[in-house]
Design a protein around this ligand. Structure first.
Ligand code: NAP
Length: 303
């Protein structure tokens, strides 16, 4: 378990991302949720756009089938992405939450996150939407996703409560969050600060970073696991998996967990057997040298 932001609430270190759940039938979705719960994964990440709403509906069916106590789990969803644009207007945020709650068949979300920055954001409007949702008991905590330091600072300055999460892409092969902090004041591309040092900022503010797509090269190219372009990384992962007697998947998640920012890993597998392998990450702690070896095996350099 780890603390969610500064809320004092304990959450599972691994979260199940439900983006791909719409592609399952009800029985398969129930099997995935059941396995997650058996493995101690009690935090579930959604978004209104996943499967056009179908992922949230399928998840609700699974919860009913399994007779899960609502208070035994944490439900997060995201809003703000529309067809062709982003929308953080008060009207859209409030309406999105009502639709999410109806699809998830629940009275409240534990966390609502704004999915991708809206260039036209009016922070006053977001603040009004958040306080209305909180007062109505529809959302307990708020967060963001894919936001940089000053975007968070700006929004935060209008809010009465701290934002608790920032969901960002992170895997051994997608490391902009880490690279610039290692290459300070150097001339190579890795030194470019792309996000306002948001990793350090979130640590400073005690916001939980949630790592999305921990196994992917990117959303188009699929996973780096067993991918021929990542031979060295896969060799390192296999060697460490043998050494620790855990799955290869566990090594990848253990790499994210080893970072002292206490990053929550949002895994998206819809395969129960794979989820069991992933959960083995909780059993091990990589050494500092092993963490750096995975980083460099993925093609990242050190100064
Ligand atoms: N905030 C954002 O902008 C954003 C963007 C994208 C995603 N997300 C969130 O992050 C969650 C995770 O994203 P993701 O699904 O792309 O993450 P992921 O866990 O990196 O990828 C899972 C996908 O990789 C496949 N895969 C193939 N081989 C694998 C292996 N050996 N180990 C693990 N997975 C393997 C899985 O297939 P199987 O199902 O067959 O295992 C599944 O399709 C999403 O569900 C969503 O909640 C957020």
């Amino acid at each position: 378990m780890q603390e969610l932001g500064k809320t004092g609430l304990g959450v599972s270190r691994i979260a199940l991302g439900c983006m791909r759940m719409a592609s399952l039938d009800d029985k398969a979705a129930q099997a995935v949720v059941e396995t997650a719960l058996e493995q101690g994964i009690t935090f579930f990440d959604h978004a209104d756009i996943y499967g056009g709403g179908a992922s949230e509906r399928r998840f609700a069916m699974a919860m009913k089938g399994l007779k899960v106590d609502r208070e035994a789990i944490m439900l997060q969803s995201k809003c703000g992405i529309r067809k062709g644009y982003f929308d953080f207007s008060k009207e859209h945020i409030v309406a999105s939450v009502d639709a999410i709650l109806s699809r998830l068949e629940t009275d409240y979300l534990d966390v609502l996150a704004l999915h991708r920055p809206d260039a036209l954001m009016e922070p006053e409007e977001v603040a009004e939407a958040f306080s209305e949702l909180k007062a109505a008991g529809k959302v307990r905590y708020f967060g963001v996703s894919n936001q940089n330091t000053y975007q968070i600072e700006l929004l935060q300055s209008y809010l009465s409560e701290p934002l608790v999460v920032n969901q960002l892409q992170l895997s051994p092969v997608h490391t902009p969050l880490i690279d610039a902090g290692l290459h300070v004041n150097m001339k190579e591309a890795a030194a470019i600060v792309r996000d306002g040092s948001v990793l350090d900022y979130c640590r400073l503010k005690k916001m939980t970073i949630q790592a999305w797509s921990p196994f992917l090269i990117d959303l188009q190219k699929g996973t780096f696991m067993n991918h021929p372009d990542y031979g060295r990384l896969n060799q390192t992962i296999s060697r460490l998996a043998d050494q620790y007697h855990v799955s290869r998947e566990a090594i990848v998640v253990a790499w994210i967990m080893r970072h002292p920012a206490k990053i929550q890993t949002v895994v998206g597998s819809m395969n129960p057997a794979r989820l069991e392998k992933i959960a083995e990450a909780e059993k091990i702690v990589l050494t500092r040298a092993e963490w750096y070896e995975i980083y460099t095996s993925a093609g990242n350099s050190l100064p």
